[in-house]
Design a binder for this molecule. Structure first.
Ligand SMILES: Cc1cc2nc3c(=O)[nH]c(=O)nc-3n(C[C@H](O)[C@H](O)[C@H](O)COP(=O)(O)OP(=O)(O)OC[C@H]3O[C@@H](n4cnc5c(N)ncnc54)[C@H](O)[C@@H]3O)c2cc1C
Length: 371
């Protein structure tokens, strides 16, 4: 079996390394668009303490402690300048995206998987002729690759503006901070992901963004936002990555996960709003499902049919959870007058009308790891 994985992010890397472990004789290579050093984003939060939680990609590394993961047990919601401290329920694991991706790449290379960087785009015909299976894990960059029409993405943009900053201020809890000024409401999501850095994601409505005249000068924006969150940041500044300015969150969805020799995993299949922090977890679970179905079925077509049947309902539930959460944040201004306790209750209840995502994830993982 000759497999090409397109995109060396968490989804493609977990798939490649786990597939190679399950089928050592298969030839697996990875094509990455960027340079080896270029990994976008600051830190992310993952479930559980590695190696105990199989949805945490650190659990697949021999020495996860070398990545300096930060364990978070408390959630802090700040509104009207008052903190409300709660348990996160499960231990959360903050980690730097760059070191995570590089460690997963090193694991693939050690297993005999070739990763080519700055790979030029190939056509559908070239890919079909060259490989038995093409695993598309190129994230939300759906226009960077030609795919069969059946795998065309549905694209939906969120109404809020957001920006992903890093900061040297260390947030020991998962922080959700609501701060208002004369231009409107700003919401900060902050947690530490290394011994020296925290993620600081800020979102606001389009109206507030326009009133605050954001988006013209990156330095001014960082100073403006740092001032809005001065009680949290103190003298610490906010740092943005080149090319990672203000965006509207992009949700990429599909009704089908595979067609012919092509199969989608990770964000390329379904992306979900950062406020539920499950994108990487989903990438791991869906990659494991694909490894399982390819190992369990005698022919690739049957394996992909089985993968479709299992992965699509799971990612659709993820989409519903992510969209419900995104919508809650997009309408947060309507709840600005609530007390801290009432806002916390509303935040907690925002996904209660949906079947639990955790149960579905654990059921899928249980099936996938029973190989
Ligand atoms: C602000 C923000 C905060 C987030 N926080 C969290 C969090 O706390 N926890 C969590 O679990 N998730 C979080 N996520 C989501 C998480 O980052 C993604 O779900 C996860 O990275 C998906 O992994 P992936 O491998 O599918 O895609 P990616 O990580 O995007 O990797 C895709 C790879 O494909 C490459 N590529 C693109 N196009 C091509 C091409 N044509 N050819 C070859 N290579 C290509 C890219 O360069 C990249 O290396 C967050 C996302 C955002 C935006």
């Amino acid at each position: 079996m000759n497999i090409l994985v397109i995109g060396a992010g968490p989804a493609g890397l977990i798939f490649a390394s786990q597939m190679k472990q399950a089928q050592p004789a298969w030839n697996i290579s990875i094509a990455e668009k960027n340079t080896q050093e270029e990994v976008l984003g600051w830190g992310v939060v993952l479930p559980g303490r590695p190696p105990r939680h199989p949805a945490n990609p650190l659990s697949y590394l021999a020495q996860p402690e070398l990545l300096h993961p930060q364990f978070l047990e408390e959630f802090k919601l700040v509104h009207h300048d008052q903190p409300n401290l709660m348990s996160t329920g499960v231990t959360l694991c903050g980690v730097e995206r760059q070191v995570l991706v590089q460690a997963l790449r090193a694991k693939c290379v050690a297993a005999g998987i070739t990763i080519s960087y700055e790979t030029p785009l190939a056509s559908v015909a070239q890919l079909e002729a060259g490989y038995d299976l093409v695993v598309v894990s190129n994230g939300i960059n759906h226009t960077s690759l030609e795919l069969p029409p059946a795998l065309a993405a549905q694209v939906d943009f969120g109404r809020n503006k957001y920006i992903w900053y890093g900061t040297t201020q260390l947030f020991d809890q998962m922080n959700l901070v609501f701060r208002e000024n004369k231009h409107g409401l700003f919401i900060g999501h902050a947690y530490k992901y290394s011994d020296t850095m925290s993620t600081f994601i800020v979102e606001c409505s389009e109206e507030t963004y326009a009133k605050a005249e954001l988006g013209f000068d990156a330095e001014r924006d960082a100073a403006y936002i740092a001032k809005a969150f001065a009680p949290e940041l103190g003298q610490h500044t906010l740092v943005s990555q080149p090319g990672q300015g203000w965006r509207n969150f992009m949700t990429l969805s599909h009704d089908l996960a595979s067609d012919g020799k092509f199969v989608l995993i990770g964000d390329a299949l379904q992306s979900g709003h950062f406020s539920i922090g499950h994108g990487t977890t989903m990438a791991v679970v869906v990659a494991q499902l694909l490894v399982k179905t390819l190992s369990a079925e005698a022919d690739t077509a049957a394996a992909l049919a089985s993968f479709n049947a299992r992965a699509v309902p799971l990612v659709q539930l993820f989409k519903e959870h992510a969209n419900a959460s995104r919508l809650w944040f997009e309408t947060a201004g309507e709840r600005a007058a609530l007390s801290n306790a009432d806002l916390t209750a509303s935040f907690d209840a925002r996904r209660n009308h949906l079947p639990p995502l955790q149960d579905a994830l654990m059921a899928s993982l249980g099936y996938a790891l029973g190989r």
